[in-house]
Design a binder for this molecule. Structure first.
Ligand code: URA
Length: 194
């Protein structure tokens, strides 16, 4: 498996369909975590911090993801974390600001992540955010219309407990499908207090 991933990593580095677009930056950010896992998490593309550290989800979204994994009884080294697009989408005069990948950038990079999925053979995939979910499923739709049906998650942009509960219910569904133990305490996270 490690050989296959190394092969994919080398392939991604010089992936012509992505390079030819000339809209992505040069530094590749591949994946992190444990390839021998049953749970794969896939985001859209690296941002500023990910590019600096060459690791997916190490910025603010990454901190949130770490919290979610911890609440599930998991850690980053127990799952495999990757992005559809392996290069940070470029902007003119770019500093720390990021942009979401375009449909063309996603399409160009899709073969790589599809091969990663084939190598890892996870039991479940969590799409982190609408862009990743639409990119992977090739289906248009809002996160709210896809939630539950496909078990995508979306990262938290608000401190609203009701939003957190929606994400958490998707995570509970993932845990149940994976056969992971779920405690009463975990079941109650983010429920409104009576
Ligand atoms: N958002 C993503 O989709 N991927 C990252 O690696 C970080 C933030």
């Amino acid at each position: 498996m490690e050989d296959k991933l190394q092969y994919l990593r080398d392939l991604a580095q010089n992936w012509k369909p992505a390079r030819d677009l000339n809209s992505l930056r040069d530094t590749m950010v591949f994946a992190t975590g444990n390839p021998h896992t049953q749970l794969m998490l896939i985001g859209e593309a690296p941002g500023y911090y990910e590019e600096v550290q060459r690791e997916p989800f190490v910025g603010r979204a990454g901190e949130k993801l770490n919290q979610i994994l911890k609440a599930m009884g998991l850690s980053r080294d127990m799952v495999y974390i990757s992005n559809i697009v392996k290069f940070r989408p470029a902007l003119p005069n770019q500093r720390t600001n990021n942009r979401a990948p375009t449909p063309e950038e996603i399409e160009a990079c899709l073969p790589i992540i599809m091969h990663e999925i084939q190598v890892i053979q996870p039991k479940m995939i969590i799409a982190l955010g609408g862009t990743a979910a639409v990119g992977l499923l090739g289906e248009q739709g809002s996160v709210s219309s896809m939630r539950g049906r496909y078990h995508p998650s979306y990262l938290l942009r608000s401190d609203n407990p009701r939003e957190k509960r929606k994400v958490w219910e998707d995570m509970l569904a993932v845990m149940e499908r994976m056969g992971m133990p779920v405690s009463e305490k975990q079941r109650g996270y983010f429920l409104p207090r009576e």
